[in-house]
Design a protein around this ligand. Structure first.
Ligand code: FAD
Ligand code: NAI
Length: 466
């Protein structure tokens, strides 16, 4: 029987990063993975394939609509969907191979099969009807999440799809109906919109992207509508009739009332994700769950069973790959006797559409609700030189700073490359920096980052270019 210092169940960004860090710290480590490939949701059916399709579809859109005005004359681009899907698959394969390489490099044993916790120090790994029991000092659960389903609407991954099916459609749907105006709905809606689909998004709430700053979300909705998105807010899909050639979705106002029917070729259900704990044997092992089915942990990622920890999508907090990764590092360091820590106040969120939306720290709504006095500094990309010459001026940067101390509490950006621009705000906030600190930092010209500096200047009502 093999004996390890640590066995990690699941090889998504939480699990594989945890394993690498533990190995760096001198532990003998194994990972258990039930899927044929390593990398979890993120690499196989999440972050990576969606970003590959977002990139490819954006190039398609640009070639068709933006090249001519720059004097680049090309004939109308033609879509070769199988080739685009192949481009996506190459991206997935490259990243999965990268994780395999990291496991070898760090001498981490990869055990293929389904992991079940038998109690402190024991994991059973089963595959192809055979099972073995592994002894280990510590166990980390990193089993991630699964799609949330709508009652009465069966996902067949062909006509009624989750994100997984929407990443692999074999033709562009004429009409795509999306349930949920969250990150998946808007990212994958963008992909298929750019490739020619008519997109309608039905959202339960009266706004898109709940949790993001309201002003940014409003502007984003306007931009998406200009791109051709249609939104039905304050509404829900209660049934989908699959009997005919075209799907017929029943839409009702969220508050109740008269239903309407919308036709669609494909319905994408993107109403969130739920923690995945199937087959782990948690109940028998005595690992407690919280009321929302997530593995319950203390501030040091420890579950209710000694020597068993949990991280990533399967525990509370934002379901983001980088949050899972940081927790993976922190828990490995804690197990090694160090002071591993994640600062949950500074976890950026990015929506990889065009323009992108990014955010870190508190929103204006959160500050209002908490009764914190704050100052706002805003700067539009229409006043940023680089954005002007590139003619990509949609959006703005918004900085929220403490009214008394000037400490930056939140930064929200909508605009091209917003997902890259946000990180100077993250570093600033990690060091407890002020808007003045940011405003006095020299930024290269001409860059879009200058808009971040100008927004910081605007907190002190002294933006230069506005
Ligand atoms: P996962 O990545 O879900 O990995 C869990 C792994 O555990 C899986 O490989 C699973 O097979 C394995 N497993 C489960 N149970 C067992 C068991 N009993 N035995 C053995 N193995 C088991 N996040 C971002 O930050 N940026 C993005 O751009 C982004 N895009 C996304 C796009 C889509 C379409 C989706 C669906 C998600 C996206 N996410 C994104 C979210 C991101 O994928 C997750 O937050 C992240 O994968 C969570 O990592 P994890 O390690 O906790 O779990
Ligand atoms: P989400 O939580 O972002 O959005 C779900 C949306 O569906 C919400 O707006 C919600 O109000 C709405 N909704 C819920 N029930 C509904 C109903 N019955 N009818 C209509 N609308 C309904 O979840 P999403 O988009 O499925 O993404 C899942 C997770 O994956 C998220 O937590 C996200 O963090 C992660 N993800 C992250 C990405 C990124 O970082 N770029 C990209 C894609 C996913």
């Amino acid at each position: 029987m093999a004996t390890y210092d640590l066995v990690v169940i699941g090889t998504g960004p939480g699990g594989y990063v945890c394993a690498v860090r533990a190995s760096q710290l001198g532990m003998k480590v194994a990972v258990v993975e039930k899927n044929a490939t390593l990398g979890g949701t993120c690499l196989n059916v999440g972050c990576m394939p969606s970003k590959a399709l977002l990139h490819a579809s954006e190039m398609f859109e640009e070639a068709g609509h933006s090249f001519a005005k720059m004097g680049v004359s090309v004939s109308s681009p033609k879509l070769d969907l199988p080739a685009m899907m192949n481009f996506k698959q190459q991206g997935i394969d490259g990243n999965v191979k990268g994780v395999e390489f990291l496991m070898k490099k760090n001498k981490i044993d990869v055990l293929k099969g389904t992991g079940k916790i038998l109690g402190t120090g024991k994991v059973e790994v089963s595959a192809d009807g055979k099972s073995q029991t592994i002894e280990t000092k510590n166990i980390v659960i990193a089993t991630g999440s699964d799609i949330a389903r709508l009652k009465g609407i069966e996902i067949d991954e062909k006509r009624i799809v989750s994100s997984t099916g929407a990443l692999s459609l074999d033709k562009v749907p004429g009409k795509l109906l999306i349930v949920g105006a969250g990150v998946i709905g808007l990212e994958l809606g963008s992909v298929w919109k750019r490739l020619g689909a008519e997109v309608v998004v039905v959202e339960f709430l009266d706004r898109i992207l709940p949790g993001m700053d309201g002003e940014i979300a409003k502007q984003f909705q306007r931009i998406l509508e200009k791109q051709g998105f249609a939104f039905k807010l304050g509404a829900k899909v209660t049934a989908v009739d699959t009997s005919g050639k075209t799907l017929k979705a029943t839409i009702e106002p969220a508050a109740g009332g008269t239903a309407e029917t919308l036709e669609a070729d494909v319905v994408l259900v993107a109403i969130g994700r739920v923690p995945f704990t199937d087959a782990l044997g948690l109940k028998e092992a005595g690992v407690a769950l919280d009321p929302r089915g997530r593995v319950q942990i203390d501030p040091h990622f420890a579950t209710s069973v000694k020597g068993v920890y949990a991280i990533g999508d399967v525990v509370a907090g934002p379901m983001l790959a980088h949050k899972a990764e940081d927790e993976g590092v922190a828990v490995a360091e804690i197990i090694a006797g160090q002071a591993g820590h994640v600062n949950y106040d500074v976890i950026p969120g990015v929506v990889y559409t065009t323009p992108e939306v990014s955010s870190v720290g508190k929103t204006e709504e959160e500050l209002k609700q908490a009764g914190v006095a704050y100052t706002v500094g805003k700067f539009p990309f229409t006043a940023n030189g680089r954005s002007k010459v590139n003619q990509t001026t949609d959006g703005f940067v918004k900085i929220l700073a403490d009214a008394k101390t000037d400490r930056v509490l939140g930064v929200h950006i909508i605009g091209r490359e917003a997902g890259e621009l946000i990180h100077e705000a993250c570093v600033l906030m990690e060091f407890g920096g002020s808007a003045e600190d940011l405003a006095r930092t020299c930024h290269a010209h001409p860059t879009r980052s200058e808009a971040v500096k100008e927004a910081a200047l605007a907190v002190g009502k002294r933006a230069i270019h506005m």
